[in-house]
Design a protein around this ligand. Structure first.
Ligand SMILES: C[S@@+](CC[C@H](N)C(=O)[O-])C[C@H]1O[C@@H](n2cnc3c(N)ncnc32)[C@H](O)[C@@H]1O
Length: 251
């Protein structure tokens, strides 16, 4: 368990790795690089792990370019993936204003955990700082303004327990086709509920990506997939540079 600023998360790092990452983070906060140049030099602070995650997002985004529909992320937290998907849209399909990006989160951490989630997690884990949702809205607005067709809003943050908010969203948007669903709740119940709820809205070529399959610390995500789709119906592919993330392509 790692607790920082009152926020609890699970960490696989050793104490030495964690403190050397803390040192780099402190350097980033205090960097003497002028603001004008800071964003252009963020590669200075990217770790191998962060870069391999970004590469994975790039890989799955490229897979959905020919697939019609929107992107959904289940479990947004600070929102890095939503920002990456927005930037990747600007790179790979700048005029596809139909590719909306929708993120679901409580923005208050896990609303509840169940027996299927094991003993390592608790309600309230993976919270964010108070007011983060508003900060994230403004970061996502920046990325939208930094790409073509900026006058059309193409992202939405849906706050609350996704087991409740996703059915409401789908009811309000009967036009929905889903090209990519990224599952990162870490938990059994919302993963089960949301997987089941999106099935009528997917198509051939839809990518379902998962952050914690086959992960002993978060057994609930795999159980949810096993119960809703089964593990043998689709090939569960992995990214060679990342031990955790995986995806299936629906056919
Ligand atoms: C591991 S974090 C997501 C990390 C994020 N995808 C990333 O790559 O940085 C898990 C998130 O799932 C959210 N979450 C878990 N259960 C939820 C539920 N039932 N409804 C909405 N959000 C939930 C938590 O609030 C937390 O922000």
């Amino acid at each position: 368990m790692k607790t920082g600023r009152g926020i609890t998360t699970l960490s696989g790092s050793t104490a030495v790795e964690a403190s050397s990452k803390d040192r780099l983070a402190t350097q980033l906060r205090g960097a003497s690089i002028p603001d004008r140049e800071l964003l252009d030099n963020l590669g200075l602070y990217l770790t191998r792990q962060s870069l391999s995650r970004i590469n994975f997002m790039q890989k799955i985004y490229e897979m959905i370019v020919p697939v019609h529909g929107i992107v959904m992320e289940f479990g947004v937290r600070w929102g890095q993936n939503l920002a990456l998907f927005s930037v990747l849209r600007g790179i790979h399909e700048p005029f596809n204003y139909n590719r909306r990006i929708v993120g679901f989160d409580t923005f208050a951490g896990f609303p509840a955990v169940t027996a299927e989630d094991g003993a390592a997690v608790a309600a309230g884990d993976y919270a964010v700082s108070p007011g983060w949702r508003k900060e994230l809205e403004s970061i996502l607005a920046f990325h939208e303004q930094n790409a073509p067709i900026a006058h059309k809003k193409k992202f939405e943050l849906v706050e609350g327990d996704a087991s409740v908010t996703l059915p409401a969203f789908l009811k309000a948007h009967p036009e929905t086709v889903i090209a990519l669903a990224y599952f990162d709740f870490d938990l059994y119940k919302p993963t089960h509920d949301c997987l089941e709820a999106i099935l009528p809205y997917v198509t051939k070529g839809t990518v379902l990506a998962f952050d914690e399959l086959n992960c002993p610390e978060f057994p609930g995500e795999t159980q949810a997939l096993r119960e809703v789709l089964g593990l043998s119906r689709y090939a569960i592919r992995r990214d060679p540079s990342n031990p955790l993330v995986s995806y299936v392509v629906l056919d």
